[in-house]
Design a protein around this ligand. Structure first.
Ligand SMILES: [Ca+2]
Ligand SMILES: [Ca+2]
Length: 124
């Protein structure tokens, strides 16, 4: 559970690393994990992040809305992001949050060390 020192902002923070060969099956279950944590901690705000292997041969990133529909979730790292240092641009690392966090989300994201992402942020 994360709580800001000042103010009332608090949320559940979860970190998940999927097994590459099981990534699609495990990603499909992440919303259930998030819902279970919301019930357990009695807070609607949850942010889940990690290396989900959510691209390339492990996961069809176009299918994310099947598991994380826009009405219920913020898909913060878009499919076009390149969070790896590899030559290929696969969006393995992700952040998803419950839609209840929308009022606290500026809409900005950046991959640290990624000049392309930083450049796009600075152009906005
Ligand atoms: Ca909260
Ligand atoms: Ca991608």
């Amino acid at each position: 559970m994360f709580k800001a020192k000042n103010g009332k902002f608090d949320f559940i923070l979860a970190d998940i690393h999927t097994k590459p060969d099981d990534a699609t099956r495990e990603i499909a279950l992440i919303p259930k994990v998030m819902q279970d944590a919301v019930s357990h901690f009695k807070d609607p705000d949850i942010l889940c992040l990690g290396d989900w292997n959510a691209d390339g041969t492990y996961f069809n990133e176009e299918s994310y809305q099947t598991f994380f529909p826009n009405l219920n979730y913020l898909w913060i790292i878009p499919n076009t992001a390149d969070p790896t240092i590899a030559v290929k641009s696969n969006t393995y690392d992700r952040i998803a949050a419950s839609i209840s966090m929308q009022e606290d989300y500026t809409g900005d994201w950046v991959v640290s060390g990624s000049t392309r992402s930083l450049a796009s942020k600075l152009q906005d």
